[in-house]
Unconditional design. Structure first.
Length: 248
């Protein structure tokens, strides 16, 4: 049977582009979403209409019970997991650090960091040789923000992605002998709806003149890097990062 890829936060943006490309390349795709059921089901229908295999699963990755349920449903539906793409991520309204309250910090870290940890934990229990699995691959969707820091916009988000980078390095070493590779992509300015949640839908256009390649990126360009890291094409890469940022 074809390999199974779980992509978190795949109802739109980079996650949805990754789901479409993964299905095209023959993966059976598990599309996780939090709220956007209609968008997730429309994506499933599009993949199936093209001859691919996909199913949608609701879960908030920041909620442990929901993550446990998500993986139980995956077990029941597919009986295996080969690739986990930790794509679900949020940022909040642009502001300086001195304005940030605790509830915002907890939300940003819960989704971007805790959610990634919880999904890795459950995936590892299914994929590692030590747990009877046949190995696999994890791709974390970090951000160039982890390197650039996002001053005056969202240092909390940048720091959360910095945590994702550190866990990518540590986990890659921890499970390397267990048949799992762990890598990450660091997208730059990609044209998705995430910028609207920061309060600036036109952020990519405002900043694109500062991008060496002279334009914002497309979600599909990130998806191609994710698929490379997920597949055996990158068989000697673990703890590696691909910056998909137009040189920024
Ligand atoms: P997006 O268009 O805002 O999509 C985010 C997706 O994540 C949505 O499907 C959203 O679904 C889902 N999501 C959010 N919180 C979730 C949760 N708690 N549990 C499950 N799903 C959740 O964002 P995007 O630009 O495609 O971003 C995807 C990833 O790339 C994120 O990790 C982001 O940090 C990273 N990234 C993006 C850029 C960029 O410029 N676009 C740059 C660097 C890194 P709901 O709406 O249903 O919650």
């Amino acid at each position: 049977m074809a390999n199974v890829m779980l992509i978190t936060g795949a109802s739109r943006g980079i996650g949805a582009a990754t789901a479409l490309l993964a299905a095209e390349r023959g993966y059976r795709v598990a599309i996780n979403y939090r709220r956007e059921r209609e968008a997730a089901e429309a994506l499933v229908a599009r993949i199936r209409a093209a001859g691919g295999s996909a199913q949608a699963f609701a879960a908030d990755v920041a909620n442990e019970d929901e993550v446990l349920r998500l993986f139980r449903e995956l077990d029941e539906t597919f009986g295996r997991l080969d690739v986990l793409v930790n794509n679900a991520g949020i940022l909040e309204r642009q502001m300086r650090l001195e304005e940030m309250d605790t509830s915002r910090l907890l939300r940003v870290f819960a989704v971007n960091v805790t959610g990634t940890f919880l999904c890795c934990r459950e995936a590892i229990k299914r994929m590692t040789h030590r747990h009877g699995g046949s190995g696999g691959s994890i791709v974390n969707v970090s951000s160039m923000a982890s390197r650039l820091g996002s001053p005056n916009e969202y240092i909390d988000y940048a720091a959360a992605k910095g945590a994702v980078d550190s866990m990518t390095i540590g986990l890659a070493k921890e499970v390397a002998g267990d048949g799992i590779r762990v890598n990450a992509v660091r997208p730059g300015l990609i044209k998705t709806e995430i910028h609207a949640s920061g309060g600036e839908p036109g952020r990519v256009e405002r900043l694109q003149s500062a991008i060496p390649l002279g334009r914002g990126g497309e979600a599909e360009e990130v998806a191609r890097a994710i698929l490379f890291l997920a597949s055996d094409e990158s068989s000697y890469c673990t703890g590696s990062f691909i910056d998909v940022s137009g040189g920024r």
